[in-house]
Ligand binder design. Sequence first.
Ligand SMILES: [Zn+2]
Length: 370
Amino acid sequence: MNLLRLAICIFLMIPVALARPLHAQAAGKDFVVVIDAGHGGHDAGAPGAVTNEKTVNLAVANLLGARLKKEPGIKVVFTRTDDRFVTLQGRANMANKADGDLFISIHTNSVDAKSKNRTTVRGSAVYTLGLDRTDDNLAVAMRENSVMKLENDYSTTYEGFDPNSAESYIIFELSQNKHMQQSVTAAQAVAKELAATAGRKNNGVRQANFWVLLKTAMPSMLVELDFICNPTEEKFLASRSGQDKLAKAIYNGVMDYYNRVNKKPRRQDERKTTVKQPEPKASAKVSDADDDSGRIVYRIQFMTAPKQLRDGSREFKGLKNVDSYSERGMRKYTYGTYSSPAEASADLRHVKTLFPDAFVIKMKGGKRVY
Ligand SMILES: [Zn+2]
């Protein structure tokens, strides 16, 4: 095939690859689970004393795939089935090309060699893409994202993103996460099973910014099976029976999610919020975003200004329910109050129609928490 025809062919294929039907199964299509064994080849991942991360991830991924393949209506796609290096972007591309319905990236956790709790830390955690920038979660994301540095031209491929710079993570805030609710539902099912079926300590469903999740256009999760730096947990991770339990646990979680999405049509993701025109309330000041109870809340930050604006200001473009807080000499304006990032993300897309750079922040006691 000459180059021009090839180019046209690829061009024509792009819209097909990007357009995903909302009810994938309704069209008689299989439910596609993309299984991504983290690391591989010259990227060993976190080291253990008797094994390493890439080996554990691959064993669990293959066992999980073998179980899921037996299920009618489910199609399994692997990003790797042997010990080879696959780029982060390459993994996401494979998942998108397969038109996946669920993406599961399998990893093994570890903490820094200097950490005091290195040999005692334990438990599994399931991550979805999100804005919870606590130090622990950011450290996990930085470690998993930093494998991109093993690629020669990583700076170009990853758009100048530096996995070790906290500032770089702003690109995640500017992206929209369309599949958050479904991702969290699937992740919760898997997290529950990792405890119930594989006997892992449950460190819960968490949010962090992983490149591989950002670039997969489907509900997705990243599973940290357990800590390979803890000798007791490593023994379990390295054993065939341990790997089988972990695979079974993830399989149970996936089937739970699969049965849910198949019983009833998938929800039309987010509820709608209508943005009404403001009633003029020229004298009222915008309220301070003080949460005296000290509980964690989520808000949608949509604007920063050097001065205090009045409620109903034209600058708010008709948004009501506006709060603000002060940070580094600037006044930052937020919309709504939510108890979870998932809840906030439902309204985020509507706020984004007015303020495209809006993003979700976490707050405690009237201050932003990073
Ligand atoms: Zn990893």
